[in-house]
Design a protein around this ligand. Structure first.
Ligand code: TYD
Length: 403
């Protein structure tokens, strides 16, 4: 296939075969499911790592989107900090205007709404947009594109800040998004976005970040090329500890904007790992296969010895590892999760029942597969009693551990 960004011919990195929609939790075990071929490719010209094939955006982010941002206290704090950072950028400006793409349930914008900052969330999923409105957030229920940007500019004027967290990597037509930002951003405005960082994914072999909703796996090298195409400039890169390692990219439409020395640092780290060449990904498939195989073998061993094993956190990510390693209800009795809309459903492809956290507390299973590994610190703190009483968590990146 050709690169979505620069049209050059791409090269395959890894293929996981047929995979279901990662967030496609089923109301009934036998409900119909959407499948696609999950293959990751690399563009040798602009260095963008991306999906070869995607599911339709309407299927993934329609009316009933299961991903609710406000489910982790760490993420609540993280988004509050983003709002504080934005406040520091704009507090001296006259009538500043902030736009967030993929505002979800208003986890970030509600803090700016409280401060009476002029703002707009752009969010296509109706259920989460309604939650945001309940939080006092203004929402335009729409996908973001150049056309949406034109509409917003006409009705509200240009923006001082445009941002998005864990949303840019979801948008297939990124060129339209970048063109929209170029149009909508004031000359002295700042755009920034953060997503799981390719360098972390490759270093940890955290391949479960790869699923239908993540069309792109960004590096600074690729973002710089993409930005240039649209008259935007990469001015800063700030590493974030969330989602197993994320990168926040800052963009300006002013060629004279100062560039932080962090950009030079991270780009050199990426070159060291050869993320600008297919060579950088040459052992990835092998490492993925090793982790998947070892995980399955370990779970089978525990099962054979009569132990009950459950999963913790019905993440989108877990869809990839559970389906690729073929871990179903025969190995995991259920997955516990705190998201009300996921409880009572079944995991995509593998059909493992999703149960409330209270079930986990009551059962006190001897072994728990930590599928929400990106929240390990928070979950270990929450489950200190479980671990003290002998309960063990199994983690798998970069290698399998029982702790
Ligand atoms: P998330 O980290 O957003 O990962 P993904 O993007 O792969 O879906 O999802 C975390 C999931 O874990 C979410 O469904 C909520 C659940 N969760 C719990 O059940 N308990 C917890 O203590 C935490 C932190 C998360």
């Amino acid at each position: 296939m050709n690169c979505r960004i620069c049209r050059a011919k791409t090269q395959p990195i890894i293929s996981f075969g047929r995979m279901p929609q990662a967030n496609g939790f089923l109301a009934k075990r036998n409900d119909p499911e959407h499948f696609f071929t999950l293959t990751i490719v690399f563009c040798p010209q602009c260095f963008m790592v991306q999906l070869a094939e995607t599911l339709e955006a309407k299927i993934m982010f329609g009316d009933d989107y299961h991903f609710i941002s406000s489910t982790s206290t760490v993420m609540l704090k993280h988004f509050k900090k983003i709002a504080t950072d934005i406040w520091q950028m704009i507090s001296k400006k006259k009538q500043p205007f902030v736009i967030e793409l993929g505002s979800n349930d208003g986890i970030m914008l509600k803090h700016l709404a409280k401060r009476k900052v002029l703002h707009l969330g752009v969010e296509p999923a109706a259920n989460v947009a309604n939650l945001a409105r309940k939080n006092g957030v203004n929402v335009l229920e729409s996908f973001f594109s150049l056309q949406t940007a034109e509409k917003i500019r006409k009705h509200h004027g240009p923006a001082d800040v445009i941002c998005g967290s864990n949303v840019f990597c979801h948008i297939e037509n990124l060129s339209s998004v970048f063109a929209g930002i170029r149009l909508l951003l004031k000359n002295d405005g700042v755009a920034f976005f953060e997503d799981p960082y390719l360098l972390d994914i490759i270093r940890k072999t955290s391949f479960d970040q790869m699923y239908d909703e993540h069309v792109y796996y960004f590096s600074g090298l690729a973002v710089q090329n993409l930005a240039k195409q649209h008259g935007l400039y990469l001015t800063d890169m700030r590493h974030q500890p969330v989602h197993g390692g994320s990168m926040r990219y800052y963009l300006s439409n002013n060629p004279l904007s100062p560039v932080s020395k962090r950009v030079r640092y991270w780009l050199s780290q990426e070159r060291k790992l050869q993320l600008h060449h297919l060579r950088g990904f040459s052992h990835f498939q092998q490492k993925v296969d090793k982790i998947s195989f070892n995980l399955k073998v370990n779970l089978l061993r525990l099962k054979k010895r009569g132990y009950q094993i459950v999963g913790y956190g019905a993440t989108s990510k877990s869809t990839t590892i559970l389906n690729y390693a073929k871990i179903g209800p025969h190995l995991l009795r259920y997955i516990c999760d705190t998201t009300p809309t996921k409880i009572g459903t079944f995991s995509p492809g593998t059909h493992i029942p999703i149960k409330a956290h209270t079930v986990f507390v009551k059962d006190n299973p001897p072994y728990t597969l930590l599928l929400a590994w990106n929240h390990q610190k928070e979950i270990f703190a929450k489950e200190a009693r479980y671990r003290k009483r002998g309960g063990k968590f199994i983690t798998y990146f970069p290698k399998i551990t029982v702790q």
